[in-house]
Design a protein around this ligand. Structure first.
Ligand SMILES: Nc1ncnc2c1ncn2[C@@H]1O[C@H](COP(=O)(O)OP(=O)(O)O)[C@@H](O)[C@H]1O
Ligand SMILES: [Mg+2]
Length: 254
């Protein structure tokens, strides 16, 4: 097994309140997994720790075998950890295509600086259109971002993350605020993107049906601790998970 991410007993508190309590787990390269747990369980905080927005109080975060605890977010992103934001990174006054192009350009400038300017811009356009195509946003390429419906803004945000060519992509509630139909479509799209871009992908999702539809592996976070992890079938049968959540639908409401 080749692992891409390993959390070792990480801990985080805010103003004396312990939010992440010695969480440990290992993520295999190429895995498509979900993190579930009620509001306030610490899911977003976990993503913020992995991406360096917050620093852990204790414990280790290994990414591709390197300890990244003290790395700045920019550096972590450059090494291939992408994420979509609950507060999005979209430039509302730019077009959909330009939003993707800006992200592509920043990545390509950093990694393919041997290219001539013309070649670079051609590649940026080509790759941006490809990303918009995979998101089903190609028809919207020349609209301003602020003109997009909420669901499409969420997709554009994922597109910006993809443009940075992540190996590990973290999606925090990618279907939040969408209609039931859009949520199903987006969940299937996430699986498609995972395959197409050869990603290791972790998503946070409240809707259990959606999680069970695509996740190969599920981690349950409960009051800052890892309550259980396993394959969907194992999680469905897990006594701790059942007694804590599955019998009680309303607890999952946002
Ligand atoms: N920057 C912060 N300052 C203080 N408390 C925070 C901060 N970020 C998160 N928390 C607290 O940590 C807990 C977990 O939050 P969060 O990770 O957002 O949960 P989830 O994403 O599972 O709903 C909550 O009690 C929240 O209020
Ligand atoms: Mg959250």
């Amino acid at each position: 097994m080749e692992e891409i991410l390993e959390l070792k007993e990480i801990r985080k508190s805010f103003e004396g309140f312990l939010v992440i309590k010695d969480v440990s787990f290992t993520v295999k390269k190429g895995e498509l997994s979900a993190i579930i747990g009620p509001n306030g369980a610490g899911k977003s905080t976990l993503f913020n720790l992995i991406t360096g927005y917050y620093k852990v109080d204790k414990g280790l975060i290994h990414y591709n075998g390197t300890i990244i605890n003290n790395w700045e977010t920019e550096e972590i992103v450059r090494k291939g950890v992408g994420r979509s934001f609950q507060v999005s990174s979209i430039f509302q006054e730019e077009t959909v295509l330009d939003n993707i192009k800006m992200a592509c350009l920043s990545k390509m400038k950093a990694t393919r600086n041997f290219l001539k300017k013309v070649e670079l811009f051609e590649k940026v356009t080509e790759k941006s259109l490809e990303i918009l195509g995979s998101l089903g946003l190609d028809q919207q390429a020349n609209r301003y971002a602020y003109e997009l419906a909420h669901g499409d803004q969420k997709l554009l945000d994922i597109g910006i993350a993809l443009a940075l060519e992540p190996n590990l992509l973290l999606l925090d509630e990618p279907t939040a605020g969408m209609s039931p139909e859009e949520r199903i479509q987006t969940t299937r799209l996430i699986k498609k993107l995972w395959e197409q871009y050869d990603l290791t992908l972790i998503f946070i999702e409240h809707d259990m049906d959606l999680v069970f539809e695509i996740a190969e592996w599920i981690r349950v976070l409960h009051q800052g601790s890892l309550l259980a992890e396993g394959k969907p079938d194992e999680i469905k049968k897990n006594e701790d998970v059942i007694s804590a959540y599955l019998g009680d639908d309303h607890i999952w409401e946002t």
